[in-house]
Structures are given as structure tokens and as C-alpha cells.
Design a protein around this ligand. Sequence first.
Ligand SMILES: [Zn+2]
Length: 151
Amino acid sequence: MTVSVATSPDEPAGVPSGWESVHAPYRGLRGPLTRAEGLLNTRSGSLALWRRLADAVGDDEACCAAVNDLLAAGVHGLRILPDHGRWRVALLPSPGVEGEEVAALQALALLVEAGGWSRLRRCDRTGCEQLFLDWTNAGSRRVCRRHDRNR
Ligand SMILES: [Zn+2]
């Protein structure tokens, strides 16, 4: 299953597709999850709500509150869409919010729903502050992509 970025007026933009993806190894979500990692590790500009989530890592309730605030700010609705003989729920971006950011948020929420908050972690390498999303089968990744020699 691939990530589809819908571009027609009938489909919301930047929505990851496929229920099949919502379990390890999350293939269909990897594009938007990588985007979410980028947003989590960006410490500048207008990404205050993503920064709040980054600062909350390790505290599940604070992470939950931060993600819900991101959803409230970035999403103005849901649609259900036909997708290759199945159905998928798509988030609709709020005005002024990039579809890509909403896709990243949707992928992060789906990963946490399937795998828990431990899928959102800080790199174990001493001195490294990078956050990463762990989409491995076992949830066994301990270091960020930069420090992972096996990827
Ligand atoms: Zn690292």
C-alpha cells in the first residue's frame, strides 16, 4: 500500500491512505511519519504546537493533550472515502494549514493508536536531542535515523 496524496477537489489533500497500513510495519504511513519527525525536530517559526509536543515526549498525558491541540488547530473535519475497494477516514485540513502537515498528524495519531506513545521517543545516543517515530515491527528502535546504522 502506498501513500496517496489526493489532489482532486473531491479528495482532501495529503491524506495517507489505507487501513492495511495501520499496523506494523506501517509502510503506507512512512512518508507522512517522516514528515512528522521533521516537524517534531524543527525548533523555529510557527510550529509552537509541534514544539509543545516535542517537549512533552515521555509524558503520555501531556503528549495526548498536545496532539489533541494540534488536531483542533489543523483539522476542520473528517470524511470517509472509497479507497481501492475499502474505506478510509481522511482528515480535512483547516484553512491555512498545509495538507502535508495534516497528513503527518494523521499518520502520527494512527501510529500511536496502533502502537502507543512509546512509538514517539528521543534518541538514546548521548548528546543527541533528535526525536523519532518508531515504525519497526517490534517497536525496538532506540536511536534516531541519523544514528541508526541498520536502516
Ligand atoms: Zn540520534
